[in-house]
Design a protein around this ligand. Structure first.
Ligand code: AMP
Ligand code: MN
Ligand code: MN
Ligand code: MN
Length: 312
């Protein structure tokens, strides 16, 4: 494992930051608003995405995306990690943090963070260490089921942040299961033979840490947590009361009624709205960079790129 730290356009991290700041805002905000389409949630091979940051950037350019946030699981992507020269796409720094809320797992996306901020760095390092411990325990259970080789498979991957998605790929490759879905049902999900509960940070800590590092916190894919309407309201209340700033209201395959409901909830709660593909892999052909519905006009004035922190 390891990453090749090539700096964007040969500039130092400091030069890059001061030239275009973490939101890349060196031309008028007004023009950005007219021409912009931002994809503020996707994954590279630094976590469980299948592609390099440069591939994502190129794909974003082809798909006419103006701003891209690469939001790997518990790994803060630094714009300098992209090697592409002269891309028209503005990279926004980002991360997706796995958190605990009550007894559930939820995900908070942070954009515009300072990826080198000390407190954020320690939190993400701890999360990644917990991921390693989790996967070692999963490996012990797999070995008991005579499935060997997970740790050497993981060592051959580029990931900085190990997820169960990597384990699922290994189970398919090694012939233990026929596909990823059954890897989760038979082994990795709750009730599976190799299920190990995760030990994530709290939602409050994630939100505070994103704020400390200068970023905007976004409640990721709120409709994917299988919550009742009442539970969703409690989650959004808790998110807002902890300083959460925006709801993701548009993502791959979202039902238009749910999108509208989330936009109305954001309006009612003075929260901003965000959109992102959660793209991982071109093989999942129903997803792509930029593939999600537009934010509806009623919520457009609350788009995160209009947040005061977007152009600091
Ligand atoms: P982790 O954060 O280690 O628990 O890994 C979760 C990742 O695995 C998610 O980000 C998804 O990309 C993937 N994943 C989770 N559940 C499933 C599932 N049932 N089927 C396929 N992939 C899944
Ligand atoms: Mn994932
Ligand atoms: Mn997520
Ligand atoms: Mn994601």
């Amino acid at each position: 494992m390891g990453i090749n730290l090539k700096l964007h356009n040969g500039k130092t991290s400091q030069e890059f930051t001061s030239r275009s700041n973490l939101f890349g805002s060196d031309i008028s905000t007004f023009r950005y608003h007219l021409n912009m389409k931002a994809d503020l949630h996707c994954h590279s091979y630094f976590s469980d995405g299948k592609h390099s940051p440069d591939f994502l950037l190129k794909r974003a350019e082809i798909n006419k995306i103006s701003h891209l946030a690469i939001t790997d699981h518990d790994f803060a992507f630094k714009p300098e990690l992209a090697e592409a020269q002269g891309s028209n796409v503005r990279l926004v720094s980002g991360v997706e943090i796995s958190c605990k809320w009550q007894t559930r797992e939820i995900h908070i996306v942070g954009i515009g963070i300072d990826p080198e901020h000390n407190v954020l760095d320690s939190l993400l390092l701890k999360q990644r260490q917990n991921r390693k411990l989790r996967v070692e325990k999963i490996n012990n259970l797999l070995v008991k089921s005579n499935i060997d080789g997970l740790m050497s498979y993981l060592a051959s991957q580029k990931a900085m942040s190990i997820t169960r998605s990597h384990v699922a790929d290994f189970l398919v490759l090694s012939g233990a299961t026929k596909n990823r879905k059954s890897a989760f049902t038979r082994f990795l999900g709750k009730g599976g033979r190799a299920f190990i509960p995760a030990d994530w940070t709290s939602m409050e800590e994630a939100i505070h840490t994103i704020a400390d590092s200068g970023g905007i916190s976004i409640l990721a894919h709120p409709s994917r947590y299988q919550l009742s309407r009442y539970q969703l309201t409690s989650l959004i209340d808790a998110f807002k009361n902890s300083g959460g700033m925006a709801l993701e209201v548009s993502y791959a395959s979202i039902n238009p009624n749910i999108q509208r409901m989330l936009e109305e909830t954001a309006l009612k709660n003075d929260l901003f709205v965000s959109a992102g593909s959660d793209f991982h892999d071109t093989k999942a052909h129903w997803t792509d960079i930029g593939k999600f519905p537009q934010i509806n006009p009623i919520a457009e004035k609350l788009a995160v790129w209009k947040h005061p922190k977007w152009c600091l």
